[in-house]
Design a protein around this ligand. Structure first.
Ligand code: HEM
Length: 426
């Protein structure tokens, strides 16, 4: 274990992407791309050819460029590949007409509606519940002296939190945990079990929304759940349809789940492998301070964030990014993980510095699709890490860091398991 940054010098030729080695540590390959091929056309494991954008300035510009559409209908994919590329909207399921797959003006209308329901105030009111959930999960393994922090902690926390917030009754939340587990284990590809889980979730959400609409009181009660607030949300007389509300609930679950699992997982891993930084944070928490925790969670997002690549974008007209011409219909993937280690933007980018100040990372995206759930993610990340380090002060890895397996998914970056040990606490 070391506090030293890994060197980010890459090989002499374009590195192999999407191998197991790459999944374990993609940063040297990203350093090579940033330097030698900052807008790089590559064939993805699904067979689709896409542009990877790896420099910070280009990434930021691309994320805000309205000529890059989120609507998969703009993809010029060959007929023989239809439905096999893993591009989400292809399956045309009703739940896929959500914020991350649509453009203005629909996006503007739906985002405004959901922003009325999913407010920073609602998230702040939820803080005691997140703390309670965090403590309950730690209680389950604290006496044992060991745990797998992915399965026993990082995985259940966000799913129970978002279910509670949406207003999914407690007795149904384990079903959600199982459906979400299926999606995280097998990715979002159109495979049998995943498709079944999505279908069950859709059926359940449609019925729940229907029931809540029928029982909705005229005036909102304090602490009203998010689904009720979504049903209530209206804009110049325009209401969300039940289908839009179901797609919205689904994207909140989907976008807010695996991301937060990986924020907690990658964040804890980074702290356990950077003991100097971890002790600074532990000392500041012991003094009752929150400043280093807040800048620290942002730095963990920059240093090894959950979203490796932003979700799909497609050129709607000819354009250039970083001097590279892009043709209409071409998919563009903005590599947030590469942009956030760009030495042209961040001093010592491979160094984990929890106190980093000038830290406008792209971990939550940028522009009109900027993460809607960032306040909830921050609340969960800060609560989870602070509580772990405070309640289990000698927490340590129970495996060689080089032996840990990373998921090889395209969009997300996260560990499969995170075995830890600590002195048991009664
Ligand atoms: C969008 C990251 C947690 C809901 C995004 C985007 C990123 C991101 C990068 C933009 C994607 C793009 O432009 O292609 C993260 C990270 C999280 C996190 C790193 C955790 C650490 C959450 C949570 C929720 C959420 C907890 C909700 C409960 C959303 C939604 C969008 C979004 C609804 C789409 C917004 C739009 O298209 O207007 N997120 N997210 N996210 N996120 Fe998050």
């Amino acid at each position: 274990m070391t506090d030293q940054p890994r060197p980010s010098t890459g090989p002499d030729r374009a590195p192999d992407l999407f191998t197991w080695e790459f999944a374990a540590d993609p940063y040297p390959a990203y350093a090579w791309l940033r330097e030698h091929a900052p807008v790089h056309r590559t064939r993805l494991p699904s067979g689709v050819e896409a542009w990877l954008v790896t420099r910070y300035a280009d990434a930021k510009q691309a994320l805000a460029d309205q000529r890059l559409s989120k609507n998969p209908a703009h993809h010029d994919e060959p007929a023989h590949a239809k439905g096999k590329t893993g591009i989400p909207g292809e399956r045309k399921a009703e739940l896929m007409t959500h914020l991350l797959n649509i453009d203005p003006p629909d996006h503007t209308r739906l985002r405004r509606l959901v922003s009325k329901a999913f407010t920073p105030r609602r998230v702040a009111e939820f803080a005691p519940r997140v703390q309670e959930l965090t403590d309950q999960l730690i209680d389950r393994f604290a006496r044992r002296g060991s745990a797998d922090l992915i399965h026993e902690f990082a995985f259940p926390l966000p799913i129970y939190a978002i279910c509670d917030m949406l207003g999914v009754p407690r007795e149904d939340q384990d079903d959600f945990r199982d459906w979400a587990g299926m999606m995280i284990r097998h990715g979002s590809g159109p495979r049998g079990g995943v498709a079944r889980s999505v279908k069950r979730m859709r059926g359940y959400l449609a019925e729940l929304i229907h029931r809540k609409r029928a029982a909705l009181p005229a005036e909102p009660a304090p602490g009203e759940d998010l689904i009720s607030a979504l049903i209530r949300a209206s804009d110049h007389g325009e209401h969300l349809t039940e289908n839009e509300a179901a797609a919205m609930a689904f994207i909140l679950l989907f976008a807010g789940f695996e991301t937060t699992v990986n924020l907690i997982g990658n964040g804890t891993f980074a702290l356990l492998t950077h003991p100097g930084q971890r002790h600074l944070l532990q000392d500041s928490l012991a003094r009752g301070e929150r400043g280093l925790l807040e800048t620290g969670v942002e730095e963990l997002l920059r240093f090894d964030g959950p979203v490796e690549l932003a979700t799909w974008r497609f050129a709607t007209e000819p354009l250039a990014i970083g001097g590279q011409d892009i043709a209409p219909g071409d998919p563009v993937l903005v590599v947030l993980a590469a942009a956030d280690r760009d030495p042209a933007r961040f001093a010592d980018p491979d160094l984990l510095d929890l106190a980093r100040r000038d830290n406008q990372h792209l971990g939550y995206g940028h522009g009109i699709h900027y993460c809607l759930g960032a306040p909830l993610a921050r609340l969960e990340g800060q609560t989870a890490l602070a509580t772990l380090l405070t309640r289990l002060p000698d927490l340590r890895l129970a495996a060689d860091p080089a032996e840990l397996r990373w998921r090889g998914g395209l969009i997300m970056r996260g560990l499969r398991t995170l075995p830890v040990e600590f002195t048991p606490v009664p």
